[in-house]
Design a protein around this ligand. Structure first.
Ligand code: SAM
Length: 219
């Protein structure tokens, strides 16, 4: 890592570098959060299912989107919420999103979800974020999830049975390379939930694993 991306804030620097160097690929826009945020066969089932969940409430719920990325996903969901707070660790991405996406009930915040206090909301979305973080950082996030009633978590997992939560260094890569993936209910995270329901699962082309979205209710 060169000087520009050096310590003392390694995850922030690593994520900034991912966007600067297009390490998750390149789209038409300045920032690109990867195929998982753009390919129709992946995005549509997710958006359809999450919209269905959001529409199941008599009164719209408030949402906090942790690691919102380029917001190609979030932009399809804002209209179904009372308030939508989208946060990401990359400052210039957040500044760009603020200019690009204007909804009355939408705000963007530059935050490190492992280190900073998280905004209040009824429901939290965490989509393809924890898969990039070390166990220490995931643990720090998990402690803060108990304030939310609903968690909609999306993780990129191996297709076969796997040993969960093998540690990685935070950054561009994910646990798939170690034939592992995140399971928040398993050690060392042991998230305690009232209920768990798989909302959607998409097998990625070329045997690249599966994207699983789970709804947890916490209280
Ligand atoms: C693969 S992208 C997914 C973006 C979006 N959730 C989606 O599904 O389209 C992961 C995002 O998580 C953000 N991220 C990673 N670590 C973070 C942290 N500690 N705090 C806030 N955002 C973080 C990255 O900057 C990146 O934008």
């Amino acid at each position: 890592m060169n000087k520009k991306y050096k310590q003392p804030w390694p995850t922030k620097a690593a994520m900034a570098q991912v966007y600067d160097k297009n390490l998750w690929g390149k789209g038409e826009d300045l920032f690109y959060s990867g195929e998982g945020s753009h390919l129709k066969y992946i995005v549509k089932p997710y958006v359809d299912n999450v919209r269905f969940f959001l529409k199941s409430f008599k009164l719209p719920v408030s949402v906090c989107d942790l690691g919102c990325g380029d917001f190609n996903i979030g932009k399809h969901l804002v209209d179904f919420t009372s308030e939508y707070i989208a946060v990401d660790i990359v400052d210039n991405l957040i500044n760009y999103n603020k200019e690009k996406f204007k909804f009355k009930n939408l705000s963007f915040l530059s935050l490190d979800i492992a280190k900073d206090d998280l905004p209040k909301a009824d429901c939290v979305f965490i989509r393809q974020v924890l898969q990039h973080l070390s166990n220490k950082e995931v643990e720090a996030v998990v402690k803060k999830l108990y304030r939310y009633k609903y968690i909609i978590l999306t993780e990129h997992l191996p297709v076969e049975d796997f040993e969960p939560n093998i540690d990685i260094i935070s950054g561009q890569g994910i646990r798939l390379k170690k034939k592992s993936g995140i399971n928040l209910l398993a050690p060392p995270f042991n998230l305690e939930v009232k209920s768990e329901k798989q909302l959607v699962s998409v097998n990625l082309n070329d045997n690249k694993g599966v994207l699983v979205t789970t709804l947890y209710q916490l209280f």
